[in-house]
Design a protein around this ligand. Structure first.
Ligand code: ZN
Length: 680
């Protein structure tokens, strides 16, 4: 260990991260030390004759675990106390780790060692967990192009780097195009319907009277949902759907057209290089859905069922628009506006009316009670655990025998320099390796409004759902019984199955039986009134078919774009979108609509040929919850089965096997359709 690392708290043998003494200056030296140590160990494995399973896998698991241990607190502090120091430390560490992972992924000698294990005569008789680990490793090596000749390998690496640069550039164009546009309004009547705080923020200065509206997401959504002035809605729609394209007010200025062509071409080439027919096949190699054909069949089937209902819903909106405002034709910029008016007419429910029923501590007690009834755990607070902020609390999770099985930090309130939103992250993985035994620990982060002087912190129902969602991820991580960190909890779980436990747990926010345990007015203790509850449940399905059709349009477009790419014909982006819309959509968009040019999920983020995952995981969650609809929401047999067959096994076996074991059959779409209010 270099001199500078002797007192580095990150490298100490801690059970919970030593937050009190951590400084940004500890980050890079700790990560560098673990990488150097890792390199030496890998060299040892490379030189070993033919290591058996234990001799190869255990050191690799230990290495992954050490890298994670050291990096996790850095990533976490960067998210919850984002100072310039942590931001820079985080970036520098991330760059070093990514480079080291690429190096490992292309290590031929290591690949040969894993391949030898997979080819050993007794491999078929090894325990399933071991087989999964070795098979995943071999697959991932090949997906990194380890088996290619030198020229192809170099080409593959080059393409991957280009793709990551193209993705970043795509994102920048979208951001710049969004920032570049605004519209000045000088007639106050045009702002009718918009929220008062938004109008206030848009108000000009002495030298610029009137209002300036920008294209940020909250403003855009507010105009589309609540702006009474139709021409303003049209103006926003046009600016939004032509961002970063060859159309609209900034046509050609940030145009992503060429980038998209290049991206699709490179993805196709990369997939072909490592042995797949197209990028959709490459993407699905690591997912639960068996093939592009299966995904396509899943989506087309849903579209066939949802489309008639979506048409009816659109007709309803058109009728409402005619009644209210004499509109002859409902345009795309009218759909959300009249959708909201219909919601108001039907349900008379608001987030603010619900808020007094969800004080934070009561919601937490309810959540822990639900987890206890379903999965047999008990959750108790532990005082005095060191953390990064005085508001942070720590909880132990005890198993049925009263022994601790996991723990988690809860950082509930919004504050400056903390990333927005809610999420679950891994602090430590469960691990039982020679020399290291540790329990899984999670970070649960929310951004609730802090309590007032005389009022407790109150959640909206939406925030309650989000908390349950993230805690579902947390339980997946914490209730694992897998001892190998790379397959424990959410590690090694297919991308399109990861959202199963989280979406599953959301269901307990929508049931009378569970809500009665924690939804009580903080002042009077009165339970949620029946009409509020009914409005809440009914509004969950508001215009469900239209929502689903929109998701299907995106998912099919993404899949076909990648599955049918042909180098002789190029990307055919608008052509593919047109064909999908023709077949699936019910809202007709103008031909200058350039939605793909800002579709960051698939061109900038990690959802390429994977956008379907949202609906896929939702199907799994709805179908899994179906067992509780049949047997009762607190049926402990079903709860224990979910714990044992889904949560406890984590990534140690394919997600489809886990689902089969829990449900006794393959997933079906009926429950998803019901959730969206679509007749099966
Ligand atoms: Zn999630």
């Amino acid at each position: 260990m270099p001199q500078s690392n002797q007192d580095n708290p990150l490298l100490a043998d801690w059970t919970l991260p030593p937050f009190a003494g951590l400084k940004p200056r500890h980050a890079v030296p700790a990560v560098e030390s673990v990488i150097a140590d890792g390199r030496a160990r890998v060299a040892g494995l490379r030189d070993a004759e033919s290591p058996d399973y234990e001799a190869l896998v255990m050191p690799m698991e230990a290495l992954g675990e050490r890298l994670h241990r050291v990096f996790s607190p850095i990533g976490h502090l960067n998210a919850v106390t984002s100072t310039a120091g942590w931001r820079q430390a985080h970036q520098e560490c991330l760059a070093r780790l990514t480079a080291f992972e690429t190096e490992l992924g292309q290590d031929e000698a290591l690949y040969t060692r894993f391949q030898a294990l997979a080819r050993a005569p007794d491999f078929g008789r090894r325990p399933p967990v071991e087989r999964k680990l070795v098979n995943d490793a071999v697959r991932d090596f090949r997906l990194s192009g380890v088996h290619l000749g030198d020229a192809d390998k170099a080409r593959f690496s080059d393409i991957m780097q280009r793709l990551s640069a193209l993705g970043a550039c795509f994102e920048e164009h979208v951001l710049d195009a969004t920032d570049a546009w605004s519209t000045d309004v000088d007639d106050e009547a045009r702002l009718a319907g918009l929220p008062a705080d938004l109008v206030e923020r848009a108000a000009g200065e002495a030298d610029r009277p009137g209002w300036r509206l920008s294209l940020d997401m909250p403003t855009f959504l507010a105009v589309m949902h609540h702006g009474r002035d139709r021409s303003l809605r049209r103006e926003f729609y046009e600016a939004w759907v032509t961002r970063a394209s060859d159309e609209g007010p900034d046509a050609g200025r940030f145009d992503n057209s060429a980038l998209m062509e290049e991206t699709l071409a490179f993805r196709h080439e990369a997939a072909r290089l490592v042995g797949y027919g197209n990028y959709a096949e490459y993407s699905l190699a690591t997912k639960m859905a068996p093939s592009p054909e299966a995904v396509s069949a899943f989506l087309e089937d849903l579209a066939g069922r949802a489309r008639p209902a979506a048409r009816r819903q659109l007709d309803e909106l058109a009728a409402l628009a005619r009644d209210m405002d004499g509109l002859e034709r409902l345009e795309p910029w009218d759909v959300n506006y009249y959708g909201e008016r219909l919601r108001e007419r039907r349900y008379e429910i608001s987030e603010e009316a619900l808020r007094p029923y969800f004080p934070l501590q009561q919601v937490l007690d309810g959540l822990f009670d639900v987890a206890g009834r379903l999965f047999g755990v008990r959750i108790v607070e532990r005082e005095g655990v060191e953390s990064w902020h005085p508001d942070v609390r720590f909880f132990d999770v005890l198993g049925e025998d009263g022994e601790p099985v996991a723990g988690f930090y809860l950082d509930a309130y919004a504050r400056a320099a903390k990333r927005s939103g809610a999420w679950m992250d891994v602090a430590t993985n469960r691990c039982r390796l020679p020399g290291r035994h540790q329990l899984p620990v999670a970070y649960l982060t929310c951004n609730a409004a802090p309590p007032g002087e005389s009022v407790p912190a109150l959640f909206t129902h939406d925030e309650v759902v989000t908390l349950f969602h993230e805690f579902g991820h947390g339980l997946h991580h914490m209730l694992t019984r897998v001892d190998l960190p790379s397959l424990a909890g959410i590690e090694g779980v297919e991308w399109d199955a990861v959202e199963l436990p989280s979406q599953f747990l959301e269901n307990w926010c929508w049931q009378r039986e569970s809500l009665d345990r924690f939804a009580r007015h903080w002042r009077t203790g009165e339970p949620l009134p029946e009409e509020l509850f009914e409005g809440l449940v009914a509004s969950r399905r508001h215009l469900g078919a239209l929502q689903m059709i929109r998701q299907l349009e995106f998912a099919l477009f993404d899949l076909e774009l990648h599955a049918r790419y042909d180098p002789d014909h190029g990307g055919r982006v608008m052509e593919t979108l047109g064909a999908v819309r023709e077949r699936v959509a019910v809202v007709e968009h103008p031909d200058w609509n350039r939605f793909p040019h800002s579709f960051s999920h698939i061109f900038g983020g990690g959802y390429a040929a994977g956008y379907y995952s949202y609906l896929w995981a939702e199907m799994l969650a709805a179908d899994a919850f179906g067992l509780f609809s049949e047997r009762g929401v607190f049926d402990s047999g079903a709860g224990r089965a979910f714990r044992d067959e889904i949560l406890a096994v984590g990534g140690s076996r394919p997600a489809m096997e886990s689902f089969l074991a829990f449900r006794g059959r393959e997933p079906e779409v009926a429950a998803l359709l019901e959730l969206y209010g679509i007749a099966a």
